[in-house]
Design a protein around this ligand. Structure first.
Ligand code: UDX
Ligand code: UDX
Length: 550
């Protein structure tokens, strides 16, 4: 069994395989890492300056490892030559999808591990030297045994295969930080001397940057179940808080006050207690359903029913929000990604919501900072029909064009730019406090919202697309009592440098049609601030007011 890893192959260049290997390649400079995928377009994108996934910080790390930087060698490669990469590798990560089965036994719940099995079969057929094969994909408990059977049946008897479980815990949007500073790295093995040797070799790879005490070796079934359990318990927390948010909406309690108070208990803790329109992403629903299916096959109906409820609560929340009459109206959808800081829309709560809106023939004007026009049209077209999407779906370049003429705004993703937490300049940037000596050369492109005290939300890469009259650099403010334009521009520059930009909700109120409803599916806006601007606001986990009360 290889004890000193020099060559790594990762099968599956996705949200997990790509970032994981980029970090290994940037930390272990004497290991050559090759990420392979069946999809040539995906590999081409990994080899380009426009990566196939958006993940903060990833681009720089990939480029440095892939292209070499300074004295550092090229350690990261992307290829479709799966066989060649397997042949060379000492250690192979399997990081392909494990979707929920849609047909046959366990349809709708069990994981379809055919891609994992196919990867194992290919490894078995190609390998001419000993290989450490690592399950990175989240798999049902017992998958390692299935892989072992494949290697025994198909592999060259002279070649030894050791199967390890090394599940990934990264979350999209924070993947780089999660990978660089993981809470733990699990390395599960069958516990034989040869398996422990393989586990130790994998632990050595991580030890280049992860403290040894955070690298946990354990038995392989525990490792598989620990990964599944972690995702299920995170999902369960969200469903718990979402179930309570429904009670808040009916009673007058405020879910943010409830979750804050509950989270102060050290035994409970504050994380993963944000009420939302529902959890999304490729993992939570799929993994809870895996657990449900496992419990059913183990004849544990109460356990299965308990976990099934975690998914059912999520689905119920969506239905409640979709209960408004929207026929013929324009609805602005702010956010399509399943969470902020990613362009991933898999299982996004926005998708089901939009399905019911489209069924009612609403026009959907969609804006997401990181989901492209083509992706919106293609993905929604596949799901709801290309004709309906061509007719009713309008991807927009910014939130202002989405909101223009809309009677309702629905916030689906908690992107920072939608927040209202900076409606006024922070005290340090009070215009009256600005002196020329504190200011630097102005670099801002926009000055429109400073006069109202509300910063613009336009992200830099989209500013050229604005069709809603943002002022150009240097345009004088209309208010003659305002400070000089240069001062305003410099104040904006300072202000912008303090953090992410925010939407100008005052401006949105002028663009929308009455009654100007805002459904806040993520609790990112301050309802009282928006009400003072003339909006009607319905927030998750808070009692409705006026005409919104149903
Ligand atoms: C996936 C799984 O969803 C997750 O459960 C697991 O933990 C890791 O792998 P992710 O990386 O987010 O997560 O999936 P995705 O971005 O879809 O990437 C998977 C890649 O595998 C795709 O690029 C796909 O083309 C590739 N693939 C799939 C193969 O190369 N070979 C296959 O047989 C199947
Ligand atoms: C998750 C796990 O966190 C990660 O460890 C695992 O490896 C993969 O699955 P991910 O799905 O990328 O990661 O994102 P996560 O941050 O867990 O959020 C999942 C969903 O829950 C998102 O839709 C998010 O908006 C939602 N969520 C999260 C809430 O609704 N409330 C919360 O308090 C936290």
């Amino acid at each position: 069994m290889p004890t000193n890893i020099e060559n790594i192959c990762c099968i599956g260049a996705g949200y997990v395989g790509g970032p994981t290997c980029a970090i290994i390649a940037s930390k272990d400079l004497d290991i050559s890492v090759t990420v392979v995928d069946l999809s040539q377009p995906r590999i081409d994108e990994w080899n380009s300056s426009r990566l196939p996934i958006y993940e903060p910080g990833l681009q720089d790390i990939v480029e440095a490892a892939r292209d070499g930087s300074g004295l550092n060698p090229v350690t990261l490669h992307f290829s479709t030559d799966v066989k060649g990469a397997i042949h060379r590798a000492d250690l192979i990560f399997i990081s392909v999808i494990t979707p929920t089965k849609t047909v046959g036994v366990g349809a709708g719940q069990a994981a379809d591990i055919k891609y994992v099995e196919a990867a194992a079969r290919e490894i078995a057929e190609v390998a001419t030297s000993d290989k450490i094969v690592v399950e990175k994909s989240t798999v049902p408990c017992g998958t390692a045994e299935i892989l072992r059977d494949i290697f025994d049946a198909v592999g060259d008897p002279q070649v030894r295969f050791e199967v390890l479980s090394n599940p990934e815990f990264l979350a999209e949007g924070t993947a780089i930080a999660d990978l660089l500073s993981p809470d733990r790295v699990l390395v599960g093995s069958e516990g034989t001397p040869s398996a422990l040797e393989a586990a130790s070799a994998l632990a050595d790879v991580y030890s280049s940057w992860v403290p040894r005490e955070r690298i946990i070796t354990l038995n392989i079934w525990s490792s598989e179940l620990a990964k599944l359990s972690a995702n299920c318990m995170l999902a369960q927390r969200i469903s718990s808080i979402n179930s309570l948010s429904a009670i808040c909406e009916a009673t007058g309690a405020d879910i943010q006050e409830v979750s804050h108070s509950v989270g102060l208990d050290k035994r409970i803790g504050p994380n993963f207690l944000k009420a939302s329109i529902g959890f999304g992403g490729s993992c939570f629903k799929k993994d809870v359903l895996k657990l449900v299916y496992m419990a059913e096959t183990l004849h544990l109906p109460e356990v299965a029913a308990y976990w099934k409820a975690v998914v059912d609560i999520k689905n119920g929340k969506r239905t409640a929000l979709a209960g408004t009459t929207v026929d013929g109206k324009r609805i602005a959808i702010l956010g399509l990604a399943y969470k902020k800081n990613t362009g991933d829309t898999r299982e996004s709560p926005a998708i089901d919501f939009m399905g019911s809106m489209l069924a009612e023939k609403a026009t959907l004007a969609i804006y997401d900072p990181k989901v492209s026009y083509n992706k919106i049209i293609h993905e929604l077209g596949e799901l709801f029909g290309h004709e309906a999407v061509a007719r009713y779906v309008k991807p927009c370049e910014n939130a202002y064009s989405a909101c223009r003429g809309a009677s309702t705004v629905v916030i689906m993703t908690e992107w920072d730019e939608f927040k209202t937490d900076r409606l006024t300049l922070p005290p340090a940037l009070d215009l009256g406090d600005l002196t020329a000596s504190r200011l630097t050369t102005p670099t801002v492109k926009r000055a429109d919202s400073v006069s109202s005290g509300i910063p613009s939300s336009q992200s830099e890469d989209r500013s050229s697309c604005d069709d809603d009259g943002l002022l150009s650099p240097g345009t004088p403010p209309t208010n003659t009592n305002s400070p000089a334009p240069e001062l305003i521009n410099q104040a904006q520059a300072l202000f912008d440098s303090y953090g992410p930009k925010r939407l100008d909700w005052a401006r949105i109120s002028t663009l929308m049609r009455r009654p100007r409803l805002v459904f806040d599916g993520r609790n990112v806006v301050d309802a009282s601030k928006l009400r003072s601007l003339g909006f009607l606001v319905q927030s998750i986990g808070k009692k409705s007011e006026g005409v919104l009360r149903r």
